[in-house]
Design a protein around this ligand. Structure first.
Ligand SMILES: *Cc1c(COP(=O)(O)O)cnc(C)c1O
Length: 355
């Protein structure tokens, strides 16, 4: 399949925002990648064209039954002004894993990757250069067939939009205050918590709003069955350092398999540290704190890379972590991963791809 290029008129190109006030996901580049799917025909009409509205039938299935999936990764303007992607094909493979669970069609990873690169080349001036900034890439697929019967749609669109985003920590690390909820759950065994589908986020908003109203940054989710074992935080996976052992919950089927999580596991193993993927309960964390063996807690995800946790709040109890300061391992991982992403540190894993 050919990817058609229909450049936006020069007169319609947008003025670029101030690189030091980008925030997250507020601005979008001049072009987008789109392709269509019809059952029987497969994917077709791949095009890079000006960023524009879609026209959708009000009965489009995505608007009613939520067949909507997405990915999130970043392009970094790094060493020698070059542009790098971090493990991009892992994101596209994960999208296929998500698509399968949602009865949506598979994409051709290599083809979509070519489309992503071509789009980035077209809008390369939009990859910001301010320290810590990047271009956030959002591949998305939604069901477009018109109809109110509940079944898999026979038509879809897949698209990629790109958004320049600011540094997550413009003034250095800021350890977060986390609220542990035992009132709401994010995902149940047998459900869709392990895939990046839109409904998971809709379902999580209320807990996040309530936590924010009480002054917390994020919600930590416990398992839905016993409300005891730790799952993940907001849009991040979570790690604990207890007695020099690095612990993260296993991919049980209700946790999103984060690419940053996987990178942290590989790096720390190669550094000779003890890493365990095992169930850990919220009570064990508070007990470790009491005993003085809790050293660090941090979240991992594409947006922040590493997010140190300053305190956990559970029922009436508070667990302050490392005196509310960023731990040594969190700092080392952040420096290493960012260094690799921006091309300043040697990448023995083949994670980085130049655009
Ligand atoms: C995307 C996501 C993550 C982090 O995944 P990365 O691949 O590291 O960005 C973690 N948890 C949830 C719920 C997510 O949606």
């Amino acid at each position: 399949m050919e990817i058609r290029l229909e450049k936006a008129d020069d007169s319609k190109l947008k003025t670029k925002p101030d690189e030091n006030a980008l925030g997250f996901g507020q601005y979008f580049t001049d072009h987008m990648f789109v392709m269509s799917y019809d059952k029987g025909q497969g994917w077709h009409k791949a095009i890079i064209k000006s960023y524009q509205n879609f026209s959708l039938d009000p009965a489009a299935m995505v608007l009613h039954y939520g067949q909507a999936i997405f990915e999130g990764l970043k392009a970094y303007r790094g060493k020698d002004n070059r542009i790098f992607l971090f493990r991009p094909k892992d994101n596209l493979r994960r999208m296929n894993f998500t698509a399968e669970r949602m009865c949506m069609p598979q994409i051709d990873v290599d083809f979509v990757f070519e489309g992503m690169k071509k789009l980035l080349q077209q809008d390369c001036e939009w990859v910001p250069g301010a320290p810590g900034s990047s271009l956030y890439i959002r591949p998305t697929m939604v069901a477009t067939e018109a109809g109110l019967g509940v079944r898999p749609s026979h038509q879809y669109i897949f698209f990629i939009i790109n958004s320049p985003v600011g540094a997550y920590y413009p003034e250095g690390f800021n350890p977060v205050k986390i609220f542990v909820t035992d009132k709401y759950v994010r995902a149940v065994p047998g459900g869709v918590g392990h895939v990046k589908t839109a409904g998971n986020y809709a379902a999580s908003i209320m807990a996040a709003v309530e936590a924010q109203q009480q002054g917390y940054t994020q919600v930590l989710w416990l398992d839905a069955v016993e409300r005891k074992y730790i799952e993940e935080v907001g849009t991040m996976n979570i790690f604990f350092v207890i007695n020099d052992e690095i612990i993260t919950p296993p991919l049980s089927g209700s946790i999103l398999p984060g690419i940053t999580r996987d990178s942290v596991i590989q790096l720390t193993k190669d550094w000779g540290l003890k890493v365990s993927e095992k169930r850990i309960s919220i009570d064990e964390v508070f007990l470790a704190k009491e005993k003085g063996s809790l050293q660090e807690i941090f979240g991992t995800g594409t947006a922040a890379v590493i997010s140190p946790v300053g305190s956990l709040h559970y029922k009436d109890k508070v667990c302050t972590v490392n005196e509310g300061k960023t731990g040594k391992l969190a700092q080392r991982l952040f420096d290493e991963i960012q260094g690799i992403q921006y091309g300043y540190i040697n990448d023995p894993y083949g994670w980085v791809v130049e655009v």
